[in-house]
Design a protein around this ligand. Structure first.
Ligand SMILES: NC(=O)c1ccc[n+]([C@@H]2O[C@H](COP(=O)([O-])OP(=O)(O)OC[C@H]3O[C@@H](n4cnc5c(N)ncnc54)[C@H](O)[C@@H]3O)[C@@H](O)[C@H]2O)c1
Length: 402
């Protein structure tokens, strides 16, 4: 039997366990040899759930020094991506980083320098590129069905928004803001669909309109405060936004929180936060194309809805409905494609992403999701964050000045 690809998983939380470790364990050509997490309880429960016996490490330093790994998957909070990637690369290990590459252009450049020195692969977890709906869109563009693309719009709707308001990613400090944490996916899709022009300038508007103390959706009794977490909240039976983690308290409950203070279900209305619950960002590229990305975390639906306009026609796509519509410019012949469901997380994109990474590090495929791409999507996100804070258009080159 062929040698299995030995993985270390760094950050055994939602993605580390629920996506990557689970998918690795489902394969016959790969194995999870080691876990690294600052929280030992989460490593133990993850190993029990997967019925595996990896070595545990509290730091990436110890993991990469003591294991002989083919690759690490980095699924820590975004702020730690840079340090973890650099240490893995310095120890000669290939890296798959769930998006974003890092929370600043500076951090991305440090990873790129370490990767060049090590001569190892760093691939980005831009799973949207592996989504069958977007792959169809990309194929239609490549087949020149709509000519040269000059305008893209994406509207992202996310129901509940709790994951962005109730844990570390509600804080700019840990994720660089939602234009990087969430939008880097979308800014990467724009560049991928446009065939990688350079982004030149970015403007954005964003803020909190709904997910604050003024919008608690029930009557609060004086003297009985809301929260702080859903599982402790006296209003949990009447709150329409309850985040029920009762099935996961072994990993995210009070015992695990005692080790690191991590609470996963802080009240989305009363938590302190420095990110937005809705916003619009616009980007202009050096080939003259323009794109706009709207993201809203307070909606009754979850979807990404695209309109892509080329000189010869237009494509519309919905990731949730899995429908792609092609409208030629001078014809009424509209073609609609219903994209079949695929198994696995994010509409089948997650297992496709892992498969691609294994093929890249075993030399079967070239890496098409590079650190350069990761850096440009972070750059657009960082520019959008600066734009909304400083209320001005931000030129990407500003972020590259030493
Ligand atoms: N591609 C996607 O669709 C997608 C979706 C969700 C999240 N993500 C990304 O995945 C990553 C993980 O997100 P998540 O939702 O799984 O987070 P999470 O909070 O559920 O898990 C993070 C884990 O990292 C651990 N950790 C914290 N600091 C650490 C450190 N210094 N070293 C090792 N472990 C550390 C935590 O204890 C926790 O177990 C983030 O970068 C996020 O942006 C990607």
């Amino acid at each position: 039997m062929e040698k299995k690809v030995k993985f270390g998983v760094v950050g055994v939380g939602s993605r580390g366990l629920g996506a990557f470790s689970t998918m690795i364990c489902q394969r016959t050509d790969a194995e999870v040899a080691a876990f690294c997490d600052t929280n030992e309880i989460r490593m133990k429960t993850a190993a029990e759930k997967l019925k595996i016996n990896p070595n545990f490490y509290a730091t990436i330093t110890d993991m990469v020094k003591n294991e002989s790994l083919d690759a690490v998957v980095i699924t820590t909070p975004d702020f730690y991506h840079e340090q973890c990637a650099v240490e893995a690369l310095e120890n000669g290990v290939n890296v798959l980083i769930d998006k974003p590459l890092a929370t600043s252009v500076k951090g991305c450049r440090n990873i790129i320098a370490a990767a060049e020195k090590a001569g190892k692969t760093v691939m980005l977890g831009f799973n949207l590129r592996h989504n069958a709906v977007l792959k169809k869109v990309k194929k239609l563009i490549s087949e020149n069905t709509i000519g040269k693309v000059f305008l893209i719009e994406n509207r992202e709707f996310y129901d509940g928004g709790r994951t962005y308001m109730s844990r570390w990613n509600r804080s700019y400090e840990f994720c660089g803001g939602l234009w990087i944490h969430k939008g880097s996916h979308d800014f990467d899709v724009f560049q991928w669909l446009l065939d990688f022009p350079k982004p030149v300038k970015v403007s954005s508007f964003a803020g909190i309109n709904v997910l604050n103390k003024d919008h608690i959706p029930f009557e609060v009794t004086p003297g009985t405060p809301v929260g702080p977490t859903c599982h402790e909240c006296p209003y949990k039976k009447i709150c329409p936004d309850i985040y029920d983690i009762s099935g996961e308290l072994d990993r995210w409950g009070d015992e695990a929180a005692q080790l690191d203070g991590y609470k996963k279900d802080l009240c989305i209305y009363t938590s302190d936060k420095s990110v937005h619950d809705n916003g619009i960002a616009m980007v202009e590229y050096d080939n003259g194309a323009r794109a706009s990305h709207m993201e809203c975390f307070v909606t009754p639906i979850s979807d990404r809805r695209y309109t892509i306009v080329g000189e010869l026609g237009q494509i519309e796509a919905s990731l949730t409905d899995r429908i792609v519509t092609l409208r030629p410019r001078w014809s009424r012949e509209i073609v609609t494609y219903q994209i079949p469901d695929e198994e696995g997380g994010h509409g089948g994109a997650d297992p496709n992403l892992l498969d691609a990474f294994i093929k890249v590090i075993t030399g079967v495929l070239p890496n098409t999701s590079t650190t350069e791409h990761g850096m440009m999507s972070t750059a657009v996100g960082q520019a959008a964050e600066l734009s909304r804070r400083e209320e001005r258009t931000v030129f990407i080159e500003e972020l590259f000045r030493d």
